[in-house]
Ligand binder design. Structure first.
Ligand code: NAP
Ligand code: ZN
Ligand code: ZN
Length: 358
C-alpha cells in the first residue's frame, strides 16, 4: 500500500527551472530538476528571491565532502505560496513566506521534541543536497519553485520587502541565534569578525539588541559602511595594534569568517568568562590554544542556524526594528560572477537572485 502511494506521488513530480553545478569545478548553468508533487502537509512556493550564501559555494564545490550532483544550492528563499496540500492549516495561497537551511527533521528525537530541530539527532534535512524523509533529493532556491512541509515554512511579515528579507533566512538567523543565546544586549560588548553576509546581519542585529558593537575586518575598506550599519567601532585585523588595543575587551565575539583564522589571537580579545562563537564554517580545522581559554575561563563555541521557532522570532524582530539585509539584486546569468565576488570578499553585503530571471 505504501509503495503504491509512493509510486503514485512520485509519478506526479513537477519540472522546475533551476541553476546549478554538475561538478565541483563547473560553472553554474540553467538546468531542469524534478520536485515532488504537493503532499497533504506540503506547501508549493513560487520563489521570488534567493540569497547567495557562502555555504552555497563551500557545498557546491565539494569543500565539505562529497555531494550528489547536480547541486542546486540556495537556502535563503523568499516567495509566495502557490498551492497547499489538503492538511495544510498554516498557509493559504498568496501568503508571503520564507524557507531557510532545513526543510525537515525526524520530529521525535530529544532535540526535535525540545524545539531545536536544527540539532536533530538524526540530522536535519538540509534544503539542498539531502535525501528528504520521503526519499526525494532536496534542491535549493536557485530555482523557480520549491515544495516544503508546512512546518518548515516561515511567515515573512508585511513590513519586510521580500528581496531584503531573503538573506534573513540564513544570514539573519545564524547570527541572531548566538547573539540571543550569549545575551547580546545593553552593557555587553560584542565583536563581529568579518563584514560579509553574516557579519553585516550580526552588526545590525546586535545593535538593535542594544549591545556595543565592534567590527573586526581584514582592512578599513568598509569602515564607513560598518558604522552606518550600527557598529560603534571598526578595526582592521591586519594591524597588530588592533590586538594590543582591544585585549580583554569583549563579552562575546561572533566569528563569521569563511576561511581559517588565528582563533588564539581573537580569544585574547575576550574578557574573563567571555565567549567566542564560531559560525563561519571553513573546511579546515580551527586550532584553539588551550591556554587562551584556561587563563581567563573563556569559551570557544559553535552555533548552527536556529530553530524554526527562533527563525520566526527573528523575522518578527526584524520587522519590528525595520531590519533587512543590504542587498545587490542580480539576475540568474550573474550568479557565477557573484560567486567570484563573494570569494574575493567583494560583497556589499548579500547578493540576491531575482528568480523571475531563471
Ligand atoms: P561572506 O559573505 O563571504 O563573508 C565572509 C567574510 O569573512 C568576508 O566578507 C570577509 O570579511 C571575511 N573573510 C573572508 N576570507 C577571509 C580570510 N581569508 N581571512 C580573514 N577574513 C576573511 O560569507 P557568509 O555568507 O557571511 O558566510 C560566512 C561563513 O559562515 C561561511 O563559511 C559559511 O559557510 C558559514 N555559515 C555558517 C552557518 C552556520 O549555521 N553556522 C550558516 C551560514 C553560513 P572582511 O572583508 O570584513 O574581512
Ligand atoms: Zn547559508
Ligand atoms: Zn530529530
Amino acid at each position: 500500500m505504501t509503495e503504491t502511494t509512493f509510486t503514485e506521488t512520485s509519478s506526479k513530480t513537477t519540472t522546475a527551472s533551476a541553476f546549478g553545478a554538475s561538478a565541483p569545478d563547473a560553472r553554474l548553468r540553467a538546468l531542469e530538476i524534478q520536485r515532488r508533487a504537493v503532499g497533504p502537509s506540503d506547501v508549493r512556493i513560487d520563489i521570488q528571491f534567493c540569497g547567495i550564501c557562502h555555504s552555497d559555494i563551500h557545498f557546491s564545490r565539494g569543500e565539505w565532502g562529497q555531494i550528489p550532483y547536480p547541486a542546486v544550492p540556495g537556502h535563503e528563499i523568499a516567495g509566495i505560496v502557490a498551492e497547499v496540500g489538503s492538511e495544510v492549516t498554516r498557509f493559504v495561497p498568496g501568503d508571503r513566506v520564507g524557507v531557510g537551511c532545513m526543510v525537515n527533521s525526524c520530529r521525535e528525537c530529544e532535540n526535535c521534541e525540545a524545539g531545536d530541530e536544527q540539532y536533530c539527532l538524526q540530522g536535519n534535512t538540509q534544503t539542498y543536497g539531502s535525501i528528504d524523509r520521503d526519499g526525494t533529493v532536496t534542491y535549493g532556491g536557485y530555482s523557480d519553485h520549491v515544495v516544503v512541509d508546512q512546518d518548515f515554512v516561515l511567515n515573512i511579515p508585511d513590513g519586510l520587502d521580500l528581496d531584503a528579507a531573503a538573506p534573513l533566512l540564513c544570514a539573519g538567523i545564524t547570527t541572531y541565534s548566538p547573539l540571543r543565546r550569549w545575551n547580546a544586549g545593553p552593557g555587553k560588548r560584542v565583536a563581529v569578525v568579518g563584514l560579509g553576509g553574516l557579519g553585516h546581519m550580526a552588526v545590525k542585529l546586535a545593535h538593535a539588541m542594544g549591545a556595543d558593537v565592534t567590527v573586526l575586518s581584514q582592512s578599513l575598506r568598509k569602515q564607513e559602511d560598518g558604522l552606518r550599519l550600527g557598529a560603534d567601532a571598526y578595526h582592521a585585523t591586519s594591524d597588530d595594534a588592533t590586538f594590543a588595543e582591544l585585549a580583554g575587551r569583549f563579552d562575546l565575539i561572533v566569528n563569521t569568517v569563511s576561511a581559517g583564522i588565528d582563533i588564539g589571537r581573537f580569544l585574547t580579545l575576550l574578557r574573563t568568562d567571555g565567549a567566542l562563537v564560531n559560525v563561519g564554517a571553513p573546511p579546515e580545522p580551527l586550532p584553539v590554544p588551550a591556554m587562551a581559554l584556561i587563563t581567563q575561563r573563556r569559551s570557544f563555541a559553535g552555533s548552527a542556524i536556529g530553530s524554526i521557532g527562533e527563525t520566526q522570532e527573528m523575522l518578527d524582530f526584524c520587522a519590528e526594528h525595520g531590519i533587512g539585509a543590504e542587498i545587490e539584486v542580480i539576475s540568474a546569468d550573474q550568479i557565477n560572477e557573484a560567486w567570484e565576488r563573494v570569494l574575493a570578499s567583494d560583497v556589499r553585503y548579500r547578493f540576491v537572485i531575482d528568480n523571475s530571471t531563471l
